[in-house]
Ligand binder design. Structure first.
Ligand code: FAD
Ligand code: UDP
Length: 402
């Protein structure tokens, strides 16, 4: 889709609902309300394309599909979400696997029996490996882990934590890991088998004809109009108080940062076209040592082994993580204790905003994967929007935690 183009044009549309943000959350709301309730939905998106962070496009030099805002792997165990997303796209059988280059050697991730035996130069059975890690984790003296470091050490012991997690996390979060939430590390499974699938979910795959095609299909309804290149902040008086709004932008920005600025991380992607058909032999190589300035290298060609890309070159993105400034894209909520306290104040403010619902990764300040954003939008539709539009119930926010 060319930049700035309006999808499913309906210029006379007087909206029943305004959705701010055309990411997965916003598009799921728009699609459900248009298709199920026959509402006219106006979606405002400040970027020049729809799709939010999941947007993908063909690399201009190689034709390889690249995920513009970082690699996006779809996985879920939620059967409802899986059924819903399959209405808009078929999925390949792709299963995500990641490798990690430490001390000049390549190890499989997530930490599994293969990683443990390679690291300790051993041939431990699952039971022996469990015993070893339990012994190393005993430095915590049975204490319930309270932060990222303690959780990491409790799961994999100090030597593996130092090798694969400590510097990577320092590069990625630039935050004292004792201030990071333990949840971040529990995203990664630890396995006492040689299974090195990155995700544990029931369903996994990549959209057969790409994310852009999937996202555009969600918006392809005569009752939906997506206006790109439009910032809600410049138009809020036209809509707030006049028509129900689902807002998926940053919650602190909605309130003009009155309660302070929530901290976000952003990522800079350094794109390189390399003169070889295969740069690293896998889609993702992590660099957990302090001497590499980037956290990982993505080679997009490997996400679609079933496609016959005919380029003799390959395209890679090196990822550099840093704190987001005002003008940067906010990607990952840092979620320090100060942020959490601030978020409580924003939640109270959001509760008081009648006729505005807050959702999505930015609107809830939560580390939501795509399937979680879609699942949460489906719940908002069933629990808030359908009762409002179909049964006349009041549209009270209930806070940002929809
Ligand atoms: P977004 O996609 O961020 O969409 C919000 C939209 O709102 C944006 O397009 C933004 O421009 C727009 N907006 C904000 N403010 C305004 C305003 N004032 N006016 C108009 N528009 C506005 N998930 C996975 O499941 N698997 C992965 O592998 C994965 N990898 C990721 C890698 C990175 C680097 C990042 C950042 C995220 C990743 N995710 C992944 C998460 C995934 O991107 C999110 O779950 C998904 O984007 C959430 O959708 P959303 O609609 O909530 O937010
Ligand atoms: N992580 C790490 N080393 C790795 C991979 C992950 O230390 O090689 C940590 C890091 O803190 C990261 C978290 O585990 O933020 C979750 O990993 P995931 O791959 O889910 O992170 P994402 O790609 O979503 O940032």
């Amino acid at each position: 889709m060319p930049d700035g183009v309006v999808v499913a044009v309906n210029p006379d549309l007087a909206p029943d609902l305004v959705v701010v943000g055309a990411g997965f959350f916003g598009l799921t709301i728009a699609e459900r309300c248009a298709a199920e309730l026959d509402l006219k939905v106006l979606v405002l998106e400040r970027r020049e394309h729809l799709g939010g962070n999941a947007w993908s496009e063909a690399d201009p030099d190689t034709g390889i599909e690249v995920h513009k805002y970082g690699a996006h792997l779809f996985h879920t165990s939620n059967a409802k979400v899986w059924e819903y997303v399959n209405r808009f796209t078929d999925f390949t059988g792709y299963q995500h696997r990641v490798y990690s280059q430490h001390g000049g050697e390549v190890y499989p991730l997530p930490i599994n029996l293969g990683t443990i035996n390679q690291f300790f130069r051993s041939a431990h059975s699952p039971a022996q490996a469990r015993e070893l890690i339990a012994e190393q984790a005993s430095e915590l003296g049975g204490k319930e882990p309270e932060n990222f470091v303690e959780k990491g050490v409790s799961l994999i012991g100090r030597p593996l934590y130092e090798a694969f997690i400590a510097h990577y996390t320092a590069k990625q979060w630039q935050t004292d890991p004792e201030k990071l939430s333990a949840d971040i590390i529990t995203r990664l499974p630890v396995r006492y088998t040689y299974d090195n699938r990155y995700f544990n979910d029931t369903y996994e795959g990549l959209p057969v004809d790409g994310y852009a095609a999937w996202l555009e299909r969600m918006a392809d309804h005569p009752n939906i109009e997506v206006r790109t290149g439009v910032d809600f902040r410049e138009h809020r008086e036209e809509y707030v108080g006049r028509v129900p709004v689902v807002y998926t932008g940053p919650v602190d920005e909605y309130f003009d940062h009155d309660e302070g600025r929530l901290s976000w991380r952003t990522v800079d992607f350094e794109r390189e076209v390399v003169d070889t058909p295969d740069f690293q032999g896998c889609p993702v190589m992590n660099y957990p040592d302090a001497d590499a300035p980037y956290t990982r290298i993505i080679e997009f060609r490997h996400f679609h082994p079933e496609r016959d890309y005919d380029s003799e070159q390959t395209v890679i993105f090196k990822e550099f993580s840093r704190f987001a400034e005002d003008t940067d894209e906010p990607y990952y909520p840092v979620n320090t204790p100060e942020d959490r306290a601030m978020l409580m104040r924003y939640r109270d403010r959001a509760k008081a905003e009648d006729n505005v619902l807050f959702g999505g990764r930015l609107g809830t300040y939560k580390y939501l994967d795509m399937h979680m954003a879609i699942g949460s939008a489906l719940s908002m539709f069933e629990n808030k929007l359908r009762p409002h539009f179909a049964d006349g119930e009041a549209l009270t926010s209930g806070g940002v935690d929809a």
